[in-house]
Design a protein. Sequence first.
Length: 248
Amino acid sequence: MEKITSRRNPLCVHFKKLGMSRAYRYSCGEFLCDGMKLLKEAERGGAEIVAVLTSNHIPFPLPIETKVYLTDESIIHALSPLKNAQSVLFTCRIPKSYDTFDGGSMILLDGLQDPGNVGTIIRTANAFGIGGVILSEGCADLYNPKTIRATMGALFKQPSIMMNQSEIKRLKERGIRFVGASVGEGSKDITEVRLKDSIIVIGSEGAGISGAILALCDEQIKIPISPDCESLNAAVAAGVIMWCARTE
């Protein structure tokens, strides 16, 4: 196993850029992950693991084509974009885009900019058997290291995809039903609306669902909450809605 001793090593420079730059991630077609648990989930989920940089022994086998490098913990910490860096950094190929809608319920995130919320929703969608998660333009990057860590490995099991406005509109043109989570006038109690076989839209906490996406919605729903509470965190609201969709 080759040992890397300098942060100036080309692989280290590559890892650093992947952690910092969305544009660089997509130009290379790779994303950066951290931690032994995520590495195990990536291996289990069949992700294409490109390279692994570790300061510890890896206690499970990796695909024979995966390149593994040994380094010092100080270099791992210098390269990781996250606080509390762990002993392993690794990169995976960004999978090719695909249309995940094949029935059931899906979640469309519209403009959610907090990577922690996005990752938590992906993790919750996996827990509740949601068919897929769509991220609109303006959302936190699906492959931001903070998003990935918040998924706790669900990224490698839960179908998730980024779509632009035209791609989302084409789903509507296929006859798929859209339901928007909104506190606006005309919204119905969540228990009064069918969620099954629908794309359920969750907007950002500050701005809500954008006008263009809201126009695609066949119905709008709201979660009944205490009158002295202004709103729920987006990830919490999404979790409630996905649980309701699952239990229909």
